[in-house]
Design a protein around this ligand. Structure first.
Ligand code: SAM
Length: 289
C-alpha cells in the first residue's frame, strides 16, 4: 500500500474515455491515498470544488459534492415502487451511500450490503464518513464477498429489492450485467420483487449497455423494465441512469408516500420520480422489445 502526497495545487485528475473520445477533469489539491486492493486500484483525491473524490482503476466512483444524485436515484424510486419493501440487498455499493438512503425508509427491516472489496468500505469510513453514518444501524449488515456468488446461493423469494450499485461492467462487475445473474436475482425475489441497477449513460451507452440490459432482464423473466435517467455531473457525459426490472408494473409508485416521505433528501422527491418516468423519445423508438 502506498500513500503518495501529490501536493501540487495546480494538478488535475482526469478520467479519459478513450473509446468515447472524451475526458472529465477535476482540479485537485493532491492525492490523499492510493492502494492496490486484491480486486482493484483505489485512490482518494482532495479536489478544489467537489470535496473528496474516490476513483477505482482510474474511473470516478463518487465525489462529496454530487454523490447525493446517484445514491438517491439508486434507492428511493425503487423503494417507493415496491408496495412494502422490508428486505433489501445491495450488490456493490461499498461506499455505503446507497445503504444510508435505503435505511431512511422505516419499513425496511434488513439491508444487506454485499461488496467484493472491504477496502472500499474502510476508505469510505475514513474519507466519506457522512455516507457511513447508518452503518451502525441495527438493520444494516455488511458482508464482503462476490455479489454474483451471493445471489446464486440466495434463498428463493427471500428478498424484496435488489440494488446493483456496481462498478462498470469490467473486472469483477462484468457478471453483474448478465442474464445468468438476473435469473438468480429473479429467483431470490418475492412476488412483488424488484431489481434496480446502475445502467451508465443514456447518451454514450444506450446501445452497448442499456438496451442489452433490458433484453437480459426480460430473458431472465422480468416482464417489466424501465430506465430512469438522471443528472450526474462527474460521470461520463454528465447524464446517467438506473434501470428497474420487476415481476409487475414499475411505472406506478407510492406517490402519496413519496410526497409524505418524512426524511430529508437533496434531489429525490415525488415530482422528480414522476419526471424520471418520462422516457426520452429515443428510448421509445429504439427499444428492442
Ligand atoms: N457509483 C459508482 C459508479 O457507478 O461508478 C459505483 C460505486 S461502488 C463503490 C461500486 C462497488 O462495486 C465497488 O466497491 C466494487 O468493489 C463493487 N463490486 C464490483 N464487482 C462486484 C461484485 N462482483 N460483487 C460485489 N461487489 C462488486
Amino acid at each position: 500500500m502506498t500513500t503518495p502526497p501529490l501536493d501540487d495545487d495546480s494538478a488535475w485528475f482526469s478520467e479519459l474515455g478513450e473509446k468515447e473520445g472524451l475526458a472529465f477533469s477535476l482540479r485537485v489539491h493532491g492525492r490523499l491515498h492510493a492502494e492496490q486492493s486484491p480486486y482493484q486500484h483505489i485512490e482518494i483525491w482532495d479536489t478544489h470544488t467537489f470535496g473528496k473524490l474516490m476513483t477505482i482503476d482510474g474511473f470516478v466512483m463518487l465525489t462529496s459534492r454530487d454523490n447525493f444524485l446517484y445514491h438517491e436515484m439508486m434507492s428511493h424510486p425503487a423503494l417507493f415502487t415496491h408496495p412494502a419493501p422490508r428486505r433489501v440487498v445491495i450488490i456493490g455499493g461499498g461506499d455505503c451511500g446507497t445503504l444510508r438512503e435505503v435505511l431512511k425508509h422505516p419499513g425496511v427491516e434488513h439491508a444487506l450490503q454485499v461488496d467484493i472489496d472491504e477496502r472500499v468500505t474502510r476508505l469510505s469510513e475514513q474519507y466519506f464518513p457522512e455516507l457511513c453514518e447508518s452503518n451502525q444501524d441495527p438493520r444494516a449488515e455488511l458482508y464482503f464477498g462476490d455479489g454474483i456468488q451471493w445471489m446464486k446461493e440466495a434463498a428463493p423469494g427471500s428478498v424484496d429489492l435488489v440494488i446493483v450499485d456496481s462498478t462498470d461492467p469490467i473486472g469483477p462487475a462484468e457478471g453483474l450485467f448478465s442474464a445468468a445473474f438476473y435469473r438468480d436475482v429473479y429467483r431470490a425475489l418475492g412476488e412483488d420483487g424488484l431489481v434496480v441497477q446502475q445502467s451508465e449513460s443514456p447518451l454514450l451507452h444506450y446501445d452497448s449497455i442499456i438496451r442489452p440490459m433490458h433484453a437480459a432482464m426480460r430473458a431472465a423473466g422480468f416482464s417489466h423494465t424501465l430506465t430512469l435517467p438522471f443528472p450526474q455531473p462527474v460521470y461520463p457525459s454528465g447524464w446517467w441512469s438506473a434501470t428497474l426490472a420487476g415481476k409487475r408494473d414499475v411505472t406506478e409508485f407510492r406517490e402519496r408516500d413519496a410526497r409524505a416521505k418524512g426524511f430529508a433528501t437533496r434531489y429525490y422527491n415525488a415530482a422528480i420520480h414522476r419526471g424520471a418516468l418520462a422516457q426520452p423519445e429515443f428510448f421509445l423508438s429504439e427499444r428492442a422489445d
